[in-house]
Design a protein around this ligand. Structure first.
Ligand SMILES: *Cc1c(COP(=O)(O)O)cnc(C)c1O
Length: 367
């Protein structure tokens, strides 16, 4: 994982452990935990997180096949749910003992076909039901066809049934969320009545755990962003510990005289003399160009330094006129959760997007 780029993403494994235990304390002792490590563990390191937590979780989940293969190649033996498998992945999914989310009748039939050809029995699959997110999932109308298909074969077994809440973080949508939960309860009990085995059930993501643990905990929860220290609001985030710090150093300091410009397209024009620092991180590292022109800021020696001019592919320039600093000094591009939340807000997005955008060029360093 290490490379020689001076810009690094530090990952605090103790903080991950703390946050994991925090969410465990919010649920019953018997409720299983699935940790979602899709998208390189939200931009951190899926493999390191999986190694850290493999003895403590019932499941990991990834979005795509390759992410699951990477975990298996790293020696992870824990069950892994593939949230968005594709038909042409099914053979590989089985080869790597990954468990697919099956969300439609064509997928169900084709997965059974593949397991049949490979002479498998009771291969574990998971069924997803759409209760209002309208993204992936069977509907209530599919139940009788699902059970007749499943009861007439032995190649697969439904290990769990699940659904996903559309607005678990937003208490203004509580009525809608409770409808989703009711609908999931109806669907799952109807289906289970018709099946020969009893799959376990799950519905909650991080903000679901924080807001609906009493209504929809079921048998397992699916923890993602919370592991990295993000709750639904500032107060909840304060109960968690920061995991990710994106760090760099000052490459060069410039004095920009009145009338001079900084960066591409001459986007910044000095009306007074200022000092800038050039930092080796750019949009190719995941720093959105939207942060240019004083929208984003970094920390140098505990002071905010605003981004000046346009973000380059490999560099940014920041205003250090009022900061006592030297070439080689440390720069915090993402200092902590509060910094990431404020930056995300400034460009009208969410921390998830900033974390997962940090490109693979940035070395990951475990702390
Ligand atoms: C990504 C994902 C999660 C995790 O969500 P967080 O909000 O990060 O906790 C849970 N379930 C599904 C189906 C997902 O796609």
């Amino acid at each position: 994982m290490k490379n020689n780029h001076v810009t690094t993403l530090e990952i605090d494994l103790n903080a991950i452990d703390f946050n994991f235990n925090y969410f465990k304390s919010k649920i019953h002792k018997t409720t299983k935990v699935l940790v979602v490590v899709k998208a390189f563990g939200y931009g951190s390191s899926a493999i390191e997180i999986a190694k850290l937590l493999e003895t403590k979780v019932a499941y990991f989940a990834v979005a795509y096949l390759d992410e699951g293969i990477a975990l298996r190649n790293a020696g992870i033996k824990t069950p892994i749910l593939v949230l968005h498998p594709q038909k042409n992945n099914f053979k590989k999914i089985i080869e790597y003992h990954l468990e697919p989310n099956i969300y439609s009748l064509p997928l169900l039939n084709s997965f059974i076909e593949v397991t049949k050809n490979l002479n498998f029995q009771s291969y574990p699959i998971h069924l997803k039901f759409n209760t209002g997110l309208n993204r992936l999932g069977f509907t209530e109308n599919n139940i009788s066809e699902i059970s007749s298909i499943v009861n007439n074969q032995e190649e697969i077994i439904i290990k769990s049934i699940f659904s996903h809440i559309a607005a678990s973080e937003d208490l203004n949508e509580r009525t809608f969320t409770l409808q989703q939960i009711t609908s999931f309860n109806t669907i799952s009990s109807t289906l289970i009545q018709q099946l020969k085995n009893t799959p376990f059930k799950h519905m909650l993501n991080t903000s679901g755990i924080l807001n609906y643990a009493s209504e929809a905990q079921f048998d397992m929860v699916r923890l993602g962003i919370g592991l990295y220290g993000f709750g639904n609001d500032e107060t909840q985030t304060k109960n968690l510990i920061n995991v990710l710090t994106l760090k760099s150093v000052i490459s060069q300091i410039h004095t920009i005289e009145e009338g001079e410009t900084v960066g591409y397209n001459r986007a910044f024009k000095a009306i007074l003399t200022i000092k800038t620092a050039t930092i080796p991180i750019g949009h190719a590292d995941g720093i959105s160009r939207q942060f240019g022109n004083e929208i984003g800021y970094v920390y140098i020696n505990n002071k905010k330094a605003q981004i000046v001019g346009n973000i380059c592919m490999d560099m940014i320039m920041v205003n250090i006129t009022d900061i006592d600093c030297n070439e080689g000094d440390e720069v915090l591009i993402y200092k902590n959760q509060q910094h990431i939340e404020s930056l995300a807000k400034a460009i009208n997005t969410i921390p998830y997007e900033l974390l997962t955008a940090i490109s693979q060029r940035v070395g990951r360093v475990l702390k």
